[in-house]
Design a protein around this ligand. Structure first.
Ligand code: CMP
Length: 138
């Protein structure tokens, strides 16, 4: 069944000007791009988006990083999109990510890890809706 998942190309990757290579890898892996935009996350939106991590010790660092420069948010669709996209990006910590994954290729650390991916089907729907109105999706 078709699922939605949200990709965020994080500020480290945009600073390195590798957003094009990342989008190419995602397209080559068979994901359809339903919507895409480059934005500057506000403190308030970063805080809300990562609210689930509010009690974690890295929450403040994560929000500061995610508002440190522009990001590219991409709504993706595919059969089994959530698991397939997580496989494509690799483990949160690039040191543990499999060869060939986006994080293995492009991420610097656990916090500056190039891309975000939704962690469940329900969160895929919720996170796409966080950034896109339905009329913005093709
Ligand atoms: P992401 O997929 O965007 O979802 C939550 C983010 O928190 C995660 O990617 C990492 O960038 C970040 N994160 C997770 N664990 C740690 C950690 N131990 N230290 C710093 N950042 C972390």
């Amino acid at each position: 069944m078709n699922q939605r998942t949200l990709c965020i190309i994080k500020p480290d990757a945009v600073r390195k000007k590798i957003q094009g290579s990342i989008i190419q890898k995602i397209s080559d892996a068979g994901f359809r791009i339903l919507g895409m935009k480059m934005i500057f996350l506000s403190d308030s939106d970063a805080g809300k988006f990562y609210e689930i991590h509010k009690e974690r010790p890295f929450y403040k660092e994560l929000c500061t990083f995610m508002t440190s420069g522009p990001v590219v948010v991409i709504a993706l669709e595919k059969e089994n999109a959530v698991a397939d996209y997580r496989k494509l990006i690799g483990a949160t910590d690039p040191a543990e990510a499999e060869e060939g994954t986006i994080r293995k290729l492009y991420a610097d650390s656990k916090s500056e890890n190039a891309v975000h991916g939704s962690d469940s089907e329900a969160n895929g729907i919720k996170e796409v809706a966080f950034f896109f109105a339905e009329y913005e999706l093709v």
